[in-house]
Design a protein around this ligand. Structure first.
Ligand code: ADP
Ligand code: F6P
Length: 322
């Protein structure tokens, strides 16, 4: 019988972690399961930063950006001995299972706990949308909404996303940008210059180039663009680096709903004996994947988004392996 579980938010925070915590706690309350919040990611286990979470503690937080439990990058947790120490601490606290909310690193930590025989369920929380077996991660939609809002206000832009071009490609599509430079594709600077020059000739006042941080810095890209174009662009080029504002938004409807669904589903599944898996969204349904199969896999960019970008006249290059 499940009596007491813990929740951890770990790695980069993502908008929607709070609604997920809330759904886990509220569903847990209904099932008679006590929920303990562990603060500051895996580090909080060693520091014994435990707080009891009930329906009241999670109230009024659904709209808050980030995570009410705080998060951290805890390098020590990559060591097997630290993982085993953490399990001992959790057991001493009578915490029978853990919900891990985080990105690929945090879920690798969850997979390690599961390999050591501890009960754990993962929820994919990352603005990068770089986790396999879920069509969307919690936080990606809010981040994209923030990015397109900012692109609407400014012009040449560097976005986050680590080595995943998802944020750059999708935000470029939804903001009507002309160029997306993404890690998965090889760009041709000459073609980019031609695209921008063509627009200029058609009397467009401005163009937007979205550069994924996984390719190079926006500054490096701008220098290369100017060097290739020489005097052909006939317009000023300005760079904006968006940085951490991308992770800071209040969760959108889509993220609040996704996080609430995933949180509720995870709690119900854990209570029914499920563990060692990650909740995902597949064809608008909740799905469970074995945590051990995540490592080393990256979801491909959606093929229809690539086709769409091209049909909208966007310059995106060609797949790197061709
Ligand atoms: P994210 O979860 O957002 O991808 P990180 O990659 O920084 O962020 O990972 C967050 C934390 O998860 C790390 O600081 C560490 O505590 C833990 N972690 C990351 N990778 C592993 C791993 N391979 N094994 C165990 N724990 C890991
Ligand atoms: O994984 C989320 C993310 O925001 C990436 O897009 C980015 O590369 C990284 O985290 C930034 O990490 P930090 O907040 O530690 O600088």
């Amino acid at each position: 019988m499940l009596k007491r579980i813990g929740i951890i938010t770990s790695g980069g925070d993502s908008p929607g972690m709070n609604p997920a915590i809330r759904a886990i706690v509220r569903t847990g309350v209904g099932l008679g399961v006590e929920v303990v919040g562990i603060q500051n990611g895996y580090q909080g286990i060693f520091d014994r930063e435990f707080i009891n979470l009930g329906a009241v503690e999670v109230s009024g937080r659904i709209r808050d950006a980030g995570t009410m439990l705080s998060t951290s990058r805890c390098l020590r947790f990559k060591e097997e001995s630290a993982q085993k120490d953490a399990i001992e601490i959790l057991k001493k606290e009578n915490i029978q299972a853990l919900m891990v909310l985080g990105g690929d690193g945090s879920l690798a930590g969850a997979a390690a706990l599961s390999r050591h025989g501890y009960r754990v369920l993962g929820l994919p929380c990352s603005i990068d949308n770089d986790i396999p077996d879920t069509e969307l991660c919690i936080g990606t939609d809010t981040c994209l909404n923030t990015v397109i809002h900012l692109i609407d206000m400014i012009k040449a832009i560097e976005v986050m996303g680590r080595n995943q071009g998802y944020l750059a490609l999708m935000s470029a599509i939804a903001s009507g940008s002309q160029v997306a430079v993404i890690p998965e594709f090889r760009y041709d600077m000459e073609k980019i210059v031609e695209n921008l020059t063509r627009r200029r000739l058609r009397r467009h006042n401005n163009s937007v180039v979205v550069v994924a941080e996984g390719v190079c810095t926006g500054q490096d890209f701008m220098n290369r663009l100017l060097a290739t174009a020489e005097d052909r662009l006939d317009q000023e080029v300005r760079l904006t680096v968006l940085g951490h504002v991308q992770r800071g938004g209040s969760p959108t409807f889509a993220d609040r709903y996704l996080a609430s669904r995933m949180g509720e589903f995870a709690m119900l599944a854990l209570n029914q004996g499920e563990h060692g898996s990650m909740v995902g969204l597949i064809r608008n349904r909740m799905n469970l994947t074995d945590l051990q199969t995540l490592s080393g896999r990256r979801p491909p960019l959606p093929a229809d988004a690539i086709r769409l970008a091209r049909n909208l006249g966007m310059e995106i290059g060609v797949p790197s392996e061709t």
